[in-house]
Ligand binder design. Structure first.
Ligand SMILES: *Cc1c(COP(=O)(O)O)cnc(C)c1O
Length: 392
C-alpha cells in the first residue's frame, strides 16, 4: 500500500496556554543529536550533567534528583506511590485540579486520605492544615505550589514548619513554578518534589524532574510492601541513575538531550534574571488586561507570574474568542478547568513564551476580538498601559 501521509508540517504557534510553552530552537536541535546507547559512557556523562543542573534548579543537594521518564503526572505518581503504603495517613491540600489529582492517586495507593480544602483561586490557610494534623500520625502532607488551574501561588514556608512539627514528610508539586519563580527545595524543607519539562523549563513534554530528601529515601528503604508501581519504583530507578547503572528501563535519550539543553539555557540566562523576566511580563500583561476592563481570579499578592487566570466577561463566548486567537494570530491560550470551564482564560507566560512581544501581541489581539464582540473598552488602552510598565 502506498504511503499517503505527508511529512509533518505543523503551524508555528505562539504557545500562551497552561503548557506546553514554546521551545528554544537549540532544544529542538539537541533532540536531533544522534542516539547513543543508554549505557554508553557519553550518555552517562549527559545523565550526570542533567542531574547536576536539576539540583541547581531545585536548589537542593539531594542525591536522588532525576527526570522520571514520563510527564508531570508521573512525577506526581512517583512521589506519592514511593512514600505511601496501605493504611498510611496522608493529608492532601486541594484548591484546584491538581490537588484533586493527588488525592485520587493517594486513594489508588490505599492511603488513608484527609483533605484540607481551600476555595479555588485562593491559597490554603495554614490554620486549616494545623487542625487537620491534630491527633493523627500523618506520614505525608502534599500540596501544589503553583495551581495551574486557578493561577494561585501557595506560600510554603509556614506550611512546611507545620508539616515537620507534626513529623510528616512534605511533598510539593512544582510543575508550573520550577524555572519561572523561586523554588527552594532544601530551604523550604521539601522531602519529595516533582515538576515537568513543558512549562517554565521550556522543553517538550515527556519528562518529570523529581527530587527526594534523605528522610524520604529512608522511608522508602524501610517500606514493608513493594511500591505499587514497578515502573516508578525509586528503589530500582535510583540504581540506574546512581553509581550502579543497573538497567531498569531504557532512558528516553532524545528527551534527556532536550532537557539538558533547556537547563543550559536556564543557567545561561541566570535564575534571578529568569524570575525577573517572568515577573515583569506578568505585571505588564495584568496592567494591560486591567486597562481593558478584565480582572484576574486570584488576589494581587497571590498570583502566579507564569499563569494568568482571567475572568471571562459576561456574555463573551469563551471558545469563539480562543478559536479566533488561534486562527488569526496563531496564538494559543487556555480555557478554564473543572468548575471554571467557560469562565476563565488561562494565559501562560512560561519560559520561552514569557516575552514582551507575546504580551503586546496577546493584548492587542484580545482587545480587537473583544471589541468586535461588543465588549465595551477603550481602544489602544491595553497596549499603552502595558508598554508603560516596560518603560519604568
Ligand atoms: C501540568 C501540571 C501537572 C501535570 O503534568 P502533565 O505533564 O500534564 O502530566 C501537574 N501539576 C500541575 C500543577 C500542572 O500544572
Amino acid at each position: 500500500m502506498p504511503n499517503t501521509y505527508s511529512e509533518l508540517n505543523t503551524p508555528k504557534r505562539i504557545l500562551m496556554g497552561p503548557g506546553p510553552s514554546n521551545v528554544h530552537p537549540r532544544v529542538l536541535k539537541a533532540m536531533a543529536t544522534p542516539l547513543v546507547g543508554h549505557l554508553d559512557p557519553t550518555f552517562l556523562t549527559v545523565m550526570n550533567e542533567t542531574q547536576d543542573m536539576l539540583r541547581q534548579l531545585f536548589k537542593t543537594k539531594n542525591q536522588l534528583t532525576i527526570p522520571v521518564s514520563a510527564t508531570g503526572s508521573a512525577g506526581m505518581e512517583a512521589c506519592l506511590c514511593n512514600l505511601i503504603e496501605e493504611g498510611d495517613e496522608v493529608v492532601v491540600c486541594i484548591n484546584g485540579v491538581f490537588g484533586k489529582r493527588m488525592a485520587d492517586i493517594v486513594e489508588r495507593n490505599k492511603g488513608k486520605l484527609t483533605l484540607v480544602e481551600g476555595e479555588w483561586g485562593e491559597t490554603i490557610d495554614p490554620l486549616k492544615l494545623e487542625d487537620a494534623l491534630k491527633g493523627k500520625k500523618v506520614k505525608v502532607v502534599a500540596i501544589v505550589h503553583a495551581e495551574t488551574s486557578t493561577g494561585a501561588l501557595q506560600p510554603l514556608e509556614e506550611i512546611s514548619r507545620l508539616v515537620h512539627k507534626a513529623g510528616a514528610l512534605f511533598l510539593v508539586d512544582t510543575v508550573t513554578s520550577l524555572g519561572g519563580c523561586p523554588v527552594e527545595v532544601d530551604k523550604w524543607g521539601i522531602d519529595a518534589c516533582y515538576s515537568g519539562t513543558q512549562k517554565c523549563v521550556s522543553a517538550p513534554p515527556g519528562l518529570s524532574p523529581v527530587t527526594f530528601s534523605t528522610r524520604a529515601i529512608d522511608v522508602i528503604d524501610k517500606r514493608k510492601s513493594k511500591v505499587q508501581s514497578w515502573y516508578l519504583d525509586m528503589s530500582m530507578v535510583k540504581k540506574y541513575w546512581g553509581k550502579e547503572r543497573v538497567y531498569h528501563h531504557t532512558a528516553p535519550i532524545s528527551m534527556i538531550y532536550a532537557l539538558r539543553e533547556a537547563l543550559r539555557l536556564i543557567f545561561e540566562e541566570g535564575l534571578e534574571n529568569r524570575f525577573k523576566r517572568h515577573k515583569l511580563n506578568h505585571r505588564a500583561l495584568v496592567t494591560g488586561l486591567n486597562a481593558m476592563g478584565l480582572e484576574l481570579l486570584p488576589k494581587e499578592d497571590e498570583r502566579l507570574w507564569m499563569l494568568n487566570a482571567v475572568r471571562i466577561p459576561d456574555g463573551i463566548d469563551d471558545a469563539a474568542v480562543r478559536s479566533r486567537l488561534l486562527s488569526e494570530y496563531s496564538l494559543e491560550i487556555g480555557g478554564g478547568l473543572g468548575e471554571f470551564k467557560g469562565k476563565l482564560w488561562r494565559i501562560g507566560l512560561m519560559g520561552e513564551s514569557s516575552t514582551k512581544a507575546n504580551v503586546m501581541l496577546s493584548l492587542t489581539a484580545l482587545e480587537r476580538i473583544l471589541a468586535e464582540k461588543g465588549f465595551s473598552l477603550e481602544k489602544g488602552a491595553a497596549a499603552e498601559a502595558a508598554s508603560f510598565v516596560y518603560q519604568v
